[in-house]
Design a protein around this ligand. Structure first.
Ligand SMILES: NC(=O)c1ccc[n+]([C@@H]2O[C@H](COP(=O)([O-])OP(=O)(O)OC[C@H]3O[C@@H](n4cnc5c(N)ncnc54)[C@H](OP(=O)(O)O)[C@@H]3O)[C@@H](O)[C@H]2O)c1
Length: 221
């Protein structure tokens, strides 16, 4: 393929929300998940080469993106962060735990990039406005990232979906309704708008882990 095999994995409420309100850390909503659901999530982390979340998720949730609930190797953490505006004390910059790649654009401040490198992270320049996934994904593949788990948020998920560079979507359904018009859902961005443009999925598996329904979808090619 010349790019990693991409699996979007997300915890969403029954009404498709990623968090409690725009700007809220999803950690609060995720606290509803039982250990079985965390184990499911971390089993996937332990199997993939790379794991990605958007820079906004790093700024709001400060995730570690490491494997903790099962035994296994930490994947390489990849954060698209156009202007390199990742907090220098972010957990993903604790590179003693796991390797990290910060993907930036030409407009990133060189001093900021240098500070990120000093934290032990690798910096890849891809694009000039937002990080260009058409450049980034083949570069990751060349560096040995053959499977990539994407854990959101809504903007990054849209970026993968709109480019058609998703192979699977796996959802942990939280048995709650969040509501709210402006609350981020699984996929954000502009939306496809036309019926002919929609991304079609095929249900591959569904099962219950703990108190959560899990569905696994393949993107219809
Ligand atoms: N329930 C869950 O499973 C889950 C998982 C993850 C996140 N969340 C929640 O989702 C929310 C964050 O989602 P979000 O949509 O606001 O942000 P996001 O997708 O996490 O990150 C978007 C940011 O990534 C950077 N970026 C760089 N290149 C990009 C590109 N080509 N396309 C898109 N983004 C690019 C941009 O920041 P720069 O301008 O700095 O480059 C952009 O603002 C938070 O509330 C978080 O808690 C929930």
């Amino acid at each position: 393929m010349g790019r990693p095999y991409v699996i979007i994995v997300s915890e969403v409420s029954i009404d498709g929300k990623l968090t409690l309100y725009r700007g809220a850390s999803s950690k609060e909503l995720m606290s509803l998940m039982d250990e079985e659901a965390y184990r499911y999530l971390h089993e996937i982390r332990a199997k993939v080469d790379g794991i990605m979340v958007g820079c906004e998720t790093v700024r709001t949730d400060n995730p570690s993106l490491t494997v903790r609930y099962v035994q296994g190797k930490n994947p390489v953490r990849i954060i698209p962060c156009s202007t390199a505006n990742v907090p220098l004390d972010a957990n993903v910059l604790n590179t003693e735990e796991a390797p990290t790649v910060i993907a930036v654009t030409e407009k990133a401040d060189p001093e900021r990039v240098e500070k990120i490198r000093e934290r032990g992270a690798e910096v890849i320049v891809a694009g000039d406005e937002l990080v260009d996934f058409d450049l980034l994904l083949p570069e990751l593949y060349r560096r040995g990232i053959k499977t990539l788990m994407v854990e959101g948020g809504a903007s990054v998920n849209w970026e993968f979906v709109r480019r058609g560079v998703v192979d699977e979507i796996r959802i942990i359904h939280l048995p709650v309704i969040v509501g709210g018009e402006n609350v981020p859902t699984l996929v954000g961005g502009e939306g496809f708008k036309k019926l002919k443009n929609l991304l079609h999925l095929r249900l591959r598996a569904h099962f219950v882990r703990g108190k959560q329904l899990i569905t696994e979808w393949e993107v219809a090619k």
